[in-house]
Write a protein that binds this ligand. Structure first.
Ligand code: FES
Length: 136
């Protein structure tokens, strides 16, 4: 019988930063809908481009829950640009390794973060500037 790494077990049985946020700044999804079908959603609350709060919803396997949980811990408090540097190997390392067949679970957090950042940047460049609209 395979023994589950205690860090994985801890993040699976006591996942961090799960749930829904009332007013997230931006939301991003990541997953493998054409493969195993698992996916996650990250909700970010940003202040001056720093992640001051994060909430995740996971629709997937125990490893998806554990990898997402540890990913939220790795990026919480970071600037968006630094959070984008956190990759799947960081997730694997933070959990002390993953079984080979479950390594793809570690891709979902970084993917969701990239999508959230893309959405945030898109909004920044498409939001009309207030300065030009200040007519009396
Ligand atoms: S994300 Fe595919 S099995 Fe966990």
């Amino acid at each position: 019988m395979a023994i589950i790494n205690p860090k994985i077990r801890d993040h699976f049985t006591n996942p961090r930063n799960m749930g829904e946020m009332e007013n997230p700044t931006v939301v991003g999804r990541g997953g493998d809908p054409d493969g195993c079908g698992d996916y996650i959603e990250l909700q970010l609350l940003l202040e001056n481009e720093r992640i001051i709060d994060i909430a995740a919803r996971v629709f997937g396997c125990p490893y998806a829950i554990a990898t997402t949980s540890v990913f939220t811990e790795l990026v919480k408090g970071k600037f968006l640009s630094d959070a984008l540097e956190v990759d799947d190997q960081d997730v694997v390392d933070a959990l002390g390794g993953l079984p080979e067949v479950k390594k793809h679970c570690s891709l979902m957090g970084p993917e969701a973060m990239k999508r959230a950042a893309s959405e945030y940047i898109f909004r920044q460049i498409t939001t009309p500037c207030e300065v030009g609209n200040a007519k009396a």
